[in-house]
Design a protein around this ligand. Structure first.
Ligand code: FE2
Ligand code: FE2
Length: 211
């Protein structure tokens, strides 16, 4: 059983936070757009795609924070381990988004430290509610992220296959994370909680799109 929040665990999670915000993330898998030629995008298109990828990047920063917070308070060690494995894939998403933003001449959101702190707190609270709800929160988050990514695809310029491939692979991974959470016994969240999550994510999305 979980022995509560220890100093060791806190240090580990604090380190994850610092690395998410300030270190360059690495992807074990090849980037999904590797080998695909850069499309001839005009400045407006580049700006649009960079803004969409900035939103996705912030989403991944939040995913890291949520997983990290949840792992801190998850009761069963097996769930904490599963959370860490999924978080590894979120680190890869972070790396893919970051590189694509750079290629497009954009920048990550300056609000990321604030988003990280908020999502981490939410993760700690979700974890403290018990594994069933912790996983339920995670499954719903992943489903909402997947829907959000699906919404980005039609907004991309037709020629931008690189960004499209990145988003498509992220969608596949997020759907898998949701399924895994359900396999571990996620509870279905009340409709009101889902609505609240959608509204919070809309606020985050709007802020990250602009800054
Ligand atoms: Fe992700
Ligand atoms: Fe995910």
């Amino acid at each position: 059983m979980n022995k509560g929040i220890t100093l060791d665990k806190l240090i580990v999670e604090f380190d994850i936070g610092l690395r998410t915000l300030f270190a360059k993330p690495h992807s074990l898998r090849p980037h999904p757009d590797v080998g695909i030629d850069e499309a001839n995008l005009d400045d407006g298109e580049k700006k649009l795609v960079a803004a969409l990828m900035r939103v996705n990047h912030t989403g991944e920063v939040c995913a890291q924070a949520l997983y990290s917070g949840q792992a801190l308070t998850a009761n069963q060690p097996s769930i904490a381990t599963a959370l860490k494995q999924a978080a590894q894939e979120e680190t890869e998403h972070l790396a893919w988004c970051e590189m694509r933003i750079q290629e497009l001449g954009g920048h990550a959101s300056i609000l990321n430290p604030l988003f990280y702190a908020s999502a981490f707190t939410l993760g700690v609270v979700a974890g403290a509610l018990g594994d069933q709800w912790n996983l339920g929160f995670l499954a719903e988050t992943e489903k909402q992220v997947e829907a959000h990514l699906a919404n980005h695809l039609p907004q991309l310029p037709e020629a931008d296959i690189k960004t499209r491939e990145i988003i498509k692979q992220m969608q596949i991974d997020e759907a898998k994370h949701a399924e895994q959470a359900e396999e571990y016994g996620a509870a279905e969240l009340p409709a009101l909680a889902k609505l609240l999550m959608r509204n919070v994510s809309k606020l985050m999305t709007t802020a990250a799109y602009h800054i």
